[in-house]
Ligand binder design. Sequence first.
Ligand code: 5GP
Ligand code: ZN
Length: 109
Amino acid sequence: MSDCLFCKIASGILPADIVYEDDEIFAFKDIQPKAPIHVLVIPKQHTATLSDVDDPALLGLLMLRVQYIADTVLKLDAGYRVVINVRKGGGQVVFHLHVHILGGKVLSF
Ligand code: 5GP
Ligand code: ZN
């Protein structure tokens, strides 16, 4: 946690545009959006990357919250994209596990 950007955001030490929060999960707007709606969903518990997770309950909760935030909070009725960048080769820059929700337009590769 000591020097983790997203731990600092989730604990309120650094500011963010908060979209959703509960005891375990935190969601906030990406500072450099790649789509009209671009939200990051993180577990509050520090985990560096997807490869480090061995708790099915954590992954299950994370994905259920992604679904809730996208469908109910953000109301992305037309659909959305969910992305997890994993380690350097996957384009991960911030090493606190996060799920990108992208939407607000029709996305193509
Ligand atoms: P990654 O490439 O690690 O999957 O994605 C990291 C994301 O975090 C990027 O989309 C980047 O724009 C976003 N980001 C980096 N620093 C900050 C910040 O200080 N605040 C917010 N809200 N987003 C950030
Ligand atoms: Zn962290």
